[in-house]
Design a protein around this ligand. Structure first.
Ligand SMILES: [Fe+2]
Length: 501
């Protein structure tokens, strides 16, 4: 970096000084200017490789300065510092031909990294093109819309898998590739899982995939993008491909590299396309980091809630294993009535978690031998409400809430908490209600000895149409008559993993 000259442009003298010291730390020569007009005077003297400039300044702002630079044939790189940090303004910088942007507030290290990256890319580009001056990137009016659509679509995703999927969908629409990969960095695999490949050339061809994987690994070390305008792919029935790799980088945290490639005959990728891919990858990184953090928090919450379930069962020795068995039975009944995997997963979770609200019921009520008084029953009736409130903050368990909340509704409307009747009770809650009743009857309780499966089935039939949905009781009684529920119940285990939609 010692032969490089940077021009810093900012109307705030204090910031100018801090940034100047930071960049001198890279070994660069640093010039300064207080606004765009002064900067143009400095640039006219030549020798500047990179301009790091504020976007909003008196006299001449960053955008107008860049336009004037290009009009005067100045090919220095530009990094915009943008303080009113919307994605839109940052993307506009790229559209205007800036090499990169930095959202305020940023750390000294962020600035140094970004500057080093842009200077390195400039050097590589000049080396590759015989040091011919760079043709300024043409503003791409379509790119802005693409990135805005992209960031909005990413914001809607709630888990890693959905973000990755959306990222690939958007890359496909923006770059029309024949194949794409996401190579994840070692430190990010715990959150993001295995590498993702799309398109036969990468998915089915190990040799090509391994080659790009090794290139991606090298580029990860340098955190830099790379453009292959034309790359021969021997023996694959293809002459050459054009490929781009961009770091999936969220601030200092490198998550991996994104690769898109297509047949060279379909048109090679260009530097503006690589810049656009880098912007896409940066926004995907931020979305991925965000959902990964959310999922980690939810995992922690789920651990806490699972420990609540255990402590409910510890409070009431008679209910030990009840929740696990209700989870297993609910999934069995759900499968029997033809529900899909997503509903079955919900039933497993809801079964395990349905009584978590009992953590708020005093031991003397929970363990009382004999019937509860009216006042005690009122306290007991709060447990579905409390259960829903405990789980309410878990984004990934939203589907479980109505099941937990309504699992004590009666088919005839005599249940609680809302007194819903018939089909107004959520179907999955009706399933849990049937198997919850069965499990309670076939287990020893403080107030009763365990009944046999046949006795429990007979009681369910008596309550069909009153407490329980008669159709579900029929199906469950068939299961009771034909399956070894004692063995299945004993094998049920309290293992909860996050449901990913
Ligand atoms: Fe309950």
């Amino acid at each position: 970096m010692h032969d490089k000259t940077i021009l810093l442009v900012d109307d705030e003298a204090a910031l100018l000084e801090v940034n100047r010291e930071a960049l001198m730390g890279l070994g660069c020569a640093v010039k300064t200017a207080g606004n765009g007009a002064q900067a143009l005077d400095v640039l006219d003297q030549g020798g500047v490789d990179l301009v790091v400039t504020d976007l909003r300044m008196p006299r001449l702002g960053g955008q107008e300065m860049l336009e004037e630079m290009r009009a005067r044939g100045c090919d220095a790189e530009v990094i915009f510092l943008t303080g009113y940090g919307s994605v839109e303004s940052a993307v506009r910088c790229i559209q205007l031909g800036a090499a990169d942007y930095l959202l305020k507030p940023f750390g000294i290290r962020d600035l140094q990294d970004k500057v080093a990256k842009v200077l390195r890319e400039r050097e590589m580009r000049h080396a590759a093109r015989g040091a011919s001056p760079r043709k300024p990137a043409t503003p791409d009016p379509q790119g802005l819309d693409l990135v805005l659509d992209f960031t909005q679509a990413l914001r809607r995703q709630r888990d890693v898998r959905s973000v990755v999927k959306e990222f690939l969908v958007q890359l496909r629409e923006a770059f029309h590739p024949d194949a794409m990969s996401l190579f994840f960095a070692d430190g990010a695999r715990a959150d993001l899982g295995r590498d993702v490949h799309w398109g036969p050339l990468l998915r089915d061809n190990r040799r090509v995939r391994d080659w790009f994987s090794s290139v991606a690994t090298r580029l990860m070390d340098r955190r830099s993008p790379r453009l292959f305008e034309s790359l021969p792919v021997h023996g694959e029935g293809q002459g050459a491909v054009s490929a781009m790799l961009a770091p999936v980088l969220d601030g200092q945290r490198l998550l991996g590299m994104a690769l898109v490639l297509r047949d060279h005959a379909a048109g090679p990728y260009s530097l503006p396309a690589l810049q656009l891919l880098s912007v896409f990858a940066a926004h995907a990184a931020s979305a991925l980091d965000n959902v990964a953090v959310q999922c980690r928090l939810q995992d922690m919450n789920l651990e806490i809630i699972t420990s609540h379930v255990r402590s409910v069962e510890a409070k009431d020795v008679y209910t030990k294993g009840h929740s696990e068995r209700v989870g297993a039975y609910a999934a069995m009944l759900g499968r029997e009535v033809g529900l899909g995997p997503a509903d079955l997963e919900l039933l497993s979770f809801a079964g395990v978690l349905h009584d978590v609200g009992k953590i708020g019921v005093p031991d003397r009520i929970l363990n009382k031998p004999g019937p509860l008084s009216a006042a005690e029953f009122e306290v007991m009736k709060q447990h579905p409400v409390l259960g829903r409130d405990i789980l309410a903050d878990l984004r990934s368990l939203q589907g479980v809430l109505p099941i937990v909340y309504h699992h004590h509704e009666w088919y005839n409307g005599q249940g609680y908490p809302d007194g819903l009747a018939g089909d107004a009770i959520p179907f999955l809650a009706r399933i849990v209600s049937v198997v919850d009743g069965y499990e309670a009857m076939t287990s020893s309780r403080a107030y009763q000895a365990a009944r046999s499966p046949q006795e429990a089935a007979a009681i369910l039939r008596q309550g069909a149409g009153q407490q329980w949905d008669g159709r579900l009781v029929d199906v469950w009684c068939r299961i009771v008559a034909t399956r070894d529920l004692a063995r299945i119940g004993a094998q049920a285990s309290l293992s909860v993993t996050l449901p990913l939609a």
